[in-house]
Design a protein. Sequence first.
Length: 201
Amino acid sequence: MNRKFSFASDLDNSILDFDRPYFEFCNKRLGTNIKYNEIFSANYWEILNIPKEEAIHLVHEFQETKEFSNLNFIDGAKENISLLSERYGKFPILTSRDNKFELKTKRHIERILPLSISDVYHCDQHFDQNGRSKAHICDQLGIDVLIEDNVNHSIQCADIGVRVLLLDRPWNQNFSYSNVVRVRDWYEIKDILLRENKNGR
């Protein structure tokens, strides 16, 4: 009997628009004027030109704001996630958010995507290199396809055989890798996942 097709998705900048409001927050706090298309790296401290610890602290501060609690969906995400979950069942989210926001994140997801998400796994390796990686979680869960925007997570997952659908973002330009497919949006993701399952993956 064939194993059931399984996919997972990153959360921030893949399902919810995190970087736009985060950098608006930073611009107000730091007096900077960083625009979305100028976000050249997933390492915020490199863009803000501040110590890593300060950038992480700003992320945690932002995550206490009402703007964070009301992040907008990425274009096309909500309707296509609903369609895919109707077809394949609920799927997990893998996020790099700090574990201290685990309950807040879970409640938020239950509110905005109540019928689509099976669980939320916090993979804290983005800010802590000793943390649990998304590749490790994908391997544990038997994930076939991961939707992601981060280059490092994509490489690690692709290296263990997970096919990665990399959402096109300013910070992942000029990157290509075996088993990583660049996609424009959730409409293209939907088409690929429907085709993957139809082909028996």
